[in-house]
Design a protein around this ligand. Sequence first.
Ligand code: G6P
Ligand code: MN
Length: 446
Amino acid sequence: MKLTILGGGGFRVPLVYGALLGDHAEGRVTAVALYDHDPARLTAIARVLTEQAAGIPDAPTVTAGTDLDEALRGADFVFSAIRVGGLEGRAADERIALAEGVLGQETTGAGGVAYGLRTVPVARELALRIARAAPDAWVINFTNPAGLVTEAMVPALGGRVIGICDSPVGLGRRIARLLGADPARARVDYAGLNHLGWVRGLYVDGRNELPRLLDDPTLLESFEEGRLFGADWLRSLGAVPNEYLHYYYFNREAVRAYQEAERTRGAFLRDQQAAFYTEAARPGTSALAAWDRTRAEREATYMAENREAAGAGEREDSDLESGGYEQVALALMRAIARDERAELILNVPNRGTLPGLDDEAVVEVPCTVDSKGPRAAPVAPLPYHAAGLVASVKAVERAVLAASTSGSRRDAVAAFALHPLVDSVTVARRLLDAYTAAHPGLSHLR
Ligand code: G6P
Ligand code: MN
């Protein structure tokens, strides 16, 4: 099996490779092709992978290059994990929104709209290239905003593109552990869009254990989302939201905390990663040790301002170890390649799963996966408050997709203005002006 990684010089590639190294079974990935437009990043990441593979006889081979068609040739799986505009672009997305008094975040609110507007045209082009060069490959999209970007790739790739995110998995695992259940045996009833979903139940042997958690304020406040949202609010919702809902339910506090932070998350990661790539290229240093240290620091500071605003304290040790991102990807590849049935929460076209959304709308829901790919499992409808948010944000995503097709500023303004976290059309217009001035990738909007 050959796996091609687009964005192969990206920081999280060693997580994926580390997971592959632990897979010794039949049908595993034996060749990894890294594609990136930046050769220096490729060299640094390839050094990390070489160190990871030391002493492992059946380690997948690694090739790295800047020729897309060559990397794609013969691929069975393609991971798309690109960042259009780099972390400098992310920092600008965040900064410009915060200066307007609205949320500046990678995937959520105005920052997410800006990132989507930049990324969709590139993702569509990549999808066409993959469809031509590797028509039989399964494409696993990690690129954020993951739901929107997956939907942008579907016209070229059909059912062969699947979006993934580690947030719902992490949430399900935390809840299962709290309830004393084995996360591998628990079925999580989760539904929504990427970074906009709710856990409504956790079933062990057919029994819903979530009410036990919601009835116990002490247990509720003993885990990350419990502390972030507070036991009382979770009991009002009767569900546990994805951590990204903190930006909606506590918007003022989150915006204020982000405005007061010394640097945005994107600026922090930009500086942190610049230091890592420099260090990893230096002869005589261990690229793997530098990567490990950098990764630990990234995990520990994830959503730090949100946690601070909520008085939620530090992250748990179990959340600092990885096992989310790469394990979902590996589980998905295994299920497809070996026809091993698995239940995974994935981003797939709705096709009747959630009422109120059309068939093409990509949603994040539990799916059954085998060699034919994922099939969304039936789920109960969302309550009005959640269905309303989901419909609003899907309308925003549709405006982003429309803007990328039409190149029209009017569609782009609509994308910002329709977002529930942007409170004025005037602000939406100013945001678009500022983003077009900052990002060369938006110059097509007229
Ligand atoms: C979560 C999200 C991902 C995101 C990651 C890293 O796992 O689900 O979509 O890429 O966090 O966030 P960071 O702020 O470290 O880039
Ligand atoms: Mn995610």
